[in-house]
Design a protein around this ligand. Structure first.
Ligand code: SF4
Length: 684
């Protein structure tokens, strides 16, 4: 890394990594990130990622001037040249093929204001082809929760969840992925007598705090949670009063579940039936029980049904609409919640209003002067699949699909087949290597604006550094492109993020009562209706956000994983570790974090390693019909028999070479968490 004198200074901002939303600022003393007493990390707590948040800001790889492709090479250009090239190339695609021939990849790592203006640009051009990588993490959660509860977000707040007696954590590893939330909210409650049930194929730091661990087989969540529902009903532990008052479809659900054999389903899911019964009892008998759900649930081609199976448990036991209960997705990126809130999704307008809703479109048109299109656009993975066919041009804003999308061999080719790829980022990422125009944007540390954290709090960011070289603020870049492509400069003429935020409160009903000033150095939480004094903490108290008093129970069947395991194949499941973040574009540029964990390893159970002649530390080849990677083996009973584990933080091994692109039919999320692979020693 280089050291510069880009005027680093301490100003209260928000950590660029996970969705907890800790307050972070620059420390003159250490040259590192340090916590301020933010709305979430109220004592200024911090995790290793937050402390390393400035490391990449100053990295020598930072892009400092625009580049355009000439004769196959990316060469430096002026901003005017870069903008003209975008105007010409994307403009002519729209002229020739229509706006749906473009794809817009928004960023869950960028501010609400940037994402809002970005989706406005796409929609004013005439396409709903705008999505963000929430598609790849919690799209299924949002789909299931919106359908039944009317809101795709945490039903509760981190704070009220400290009152829970039982935490059921499914497919999530908050101890490593949401460290400050875990340490400051969950752990004290557990020490106070709270119990944790951890459902995960792999033992990790979260399991250490759990009284019960159900090491579910990857892809068998529905049989497991159906069996828990069956055990609850068999033992009469359901909440009859709640079922009577707040739940519909009860009889049909009961009839479905009565046919389920708890022992058989437990075995199918690969867990001990007695432990499963114990877990069911613990959850159902608690006065307040809260569910946390993560990507282990959502990233399946039945991800939406997986989440439905958790919603069933909460309704069956009356654990929703009160403090210390609910179903709570933990969000991965610092603004993955906000990017969705402000409409960077192909089927919804700002505030989760469907694009098909005429009244919502008209309300937006009043502010924009142009009505957004009425047909839902394509999702991220659908878009890359259309590259070179119906989609000819793409604008990728601070995302890295070459590393993050499944079946990455195919993604490479698809990126290559575009007539024009515009990338706005900090670095020449694996995706940016394919760009025709590469724009140097602003890091979190150089911008202002708001982000919305995992428990629905909008918090303000403030610049801690000056921009490097010719880099510009993302909001200005997107606004300039919007003005040029739409030919309506007045719609993109903003003084700064505050003015954009004002517009968001006009367009998005869930932000209507908020204000930039009101947030100040604190936060405001949605839903925050016009005229209210504050946002709502616990959702669905008297009625669900659908406007209904009741939500339905939904009967579900097991959906076998898309990859059928061949004889002696293992199920590869993927995830994150404490020291790194998503595609690694940011965290791999921190020396500290690389020192802590420089390389990936394949976790494999001793009973799977032994017959393959694999010993701890051996180099192994992990392979299927989509591709292969080589990586060191870590032989450990932490991962269950029959499953192996890799992270997706590294470009080498590029884990997503192996993952499949079978999509959930509702949420279009790919099945990252179950891929059939063979594993063998490289020299074997
Ligand atoms: Fe940043 Fe999340 Fe760590 Fe807080 S817990 S410092 S938000 S990575």
């Amino acid at each position: 890394t280089m050291s510069t004198d880009r005027n680093f200074r301490a100003q209260k901002s928000v950590c660029p990594f996970c969705g907890v939303g800790c307050g972070v600022e620059y420390s003159e003393k250490s040259g590192k990130g340090t916590g301020w007493e933010g709305p979430v990390n109220t004592k200024g707590e911090m995790c290793p990622k937050g402390a390393a948040a400035f490391d990449f800001v100053d990295h020598e790889d930072r892009l400092t001037r625009p580049m355009v492709r000439e004769d196959g090479e990316l060469v430096p250009a002026s901003w005017e040249e870069a903008f003209e090239r975008i105007e010409e190339d994307l403009g002519s695609i729209v002229e020739e093929h229509g706006a749906d021939a473009l794809g817009f990849f928004a960023s869950s790592n960028a501010t609400n204001e940037e994402n809002y203006v970005y989706q406005k640009l796409a929609r004013m051009l005439g396409t709903n082809n705008v999505d963000n990588c929430a598609r790849l993490c919690h799209a299924s959660t949002v789909a299931a929760m919106s359908e039944r509860f009317g809101a795709g977000a945490m039903t509760n707040t981190l704070d009220d969840l400290t009152e829970a007696d039982v935490y059921l954590v499914a497919g999530a590893n908050p101890a490593e992925q949401h460290p400050v939330a875990f340490r400051s909210y969950f752990l004290p409650a557990i020490r106070d007598g709270g119990e944790m049930i951890h459902v995960d194929p792999r033992e990790n730091s979260t399991t250490d705090a759990a009284g019960i661990h159900l090491p579910v087989k990857p892809g068998y969540d529905i049989p497991l949670f159906n069996a828990m529902a069956a055990a609850i009903l068999e033992e009469g532990l359901e909440d009859e009063a709640f079922l009577e008052e707040r739940v519909s479809n009860v009889d049909e659900f009961k009839a479905h579940i009565e046919r389920i054999d708890v022992e058989e389903n437990a075995k199918l899911a690969g867990v001990d039936p007695d432990e499963l019964r114990e877990a069911a009892r613990t959850y159902a008998e608690a006065d307040r029980a809260a569910i946390f759900t993560g990507m282990g649930m959502s990233q399946h081609h039945c991800g939406t049904d997986n989440v439905h199976s958790l919603l069933n448990l909460s309704l069956l036991t009356g654990n929703v609409g009160r403090r210390g209960t609910g179903v709570n997705p933990l969000r991965g990126q610092n603004n993955v919640q906000g990017a969705g809130d402000v409409g960077a999704l192909p089927n919804i307008l700002p505030g989760y209003e469907p694009v098909e809703d005429e009244a919502a479109r008209e309300r937006v048109a009043e502010v924009w002067g142009v009505e957004p299109p009425a047909t839902p656009g394509l999702t991220e993975v659908e878009l890359t699949h259309e590259f070179g066919d119906s989609v000819k041009g793409a604008f990728v804003f601070a995302e890295n699909p070459a590393v993050t999308e499944p079946h990455s061999g195919r993604v490479e080719e698809e990126l290559q087949s575009l007539d024009c790829l515009v990338v706005l980022d900090l670095f020449e990422t694996e995706t940016a290597k394919h760009a025709d125009v590469l724009l140097p944007g602003s890091s979190w540390a150089e911008k202002s604006g708001t982000v919305t954290n995992t428990d629905r709090q909008a918090i303000r960011m403030r610049p801690n550094a000056d921009l490097p070289g010719d880099a510009r603020l993302d909001l200005e870049i997107i606004s300039e492109i919007g003005a040029r492509l739409t030919g309506r400069p007045e719609a993109f003429d903003y003084d700064g993020p505050e003015e954009v935020f004002d517009e968001i409160t006009d367009v998005s009903p869930i932000y209507a009562g908020m204000s930039y000033d009101g947030i100040g150095e604190s936060s405001q939480r949605w839903p925050f209706p016009e005229g209210a004094d504050s946002g709502t903490e616990v959702l669905h108290r008297e009625e669900f956000a659908t406007g209904e008093k009741t939500a339905p129970l939904v009967p579900l069947e097991h959906v076998p994983p898309a990859d059928e395991l061949e004889e002696d194949e293992l199920a590869l499941t993927t995830g994150r570790v404490l020291q790194h973040f998503n595609s690694g574009a940011l965290s791999r540029r921190s020396e500290t974090l690389m020192r802590m964990r420089g390389e990936d390893v394949l976790q494999i159970h001793p009973d799977d390693a032994e017959p393959r002649g694999i010993e701890d530390g051996d180099l192994v080849r992990v392979e299927n019909e989509r591709g292969e990677v080589e990586v060191e083996a870590a032989v450990t009973p932490a991962v269950r028999e029959g499953a192996v584990f890799l992270t997706f933080h590294y470009a080498d091994p590029l884990t997503n070479t192996l993952t499949g692109d079978a999509l959930d039919p509702v949420a279009k999320i790919p099945e990252y968490k179950h891929s059939g692979v063979s594993v063998e020693p490289v020299d074997g």
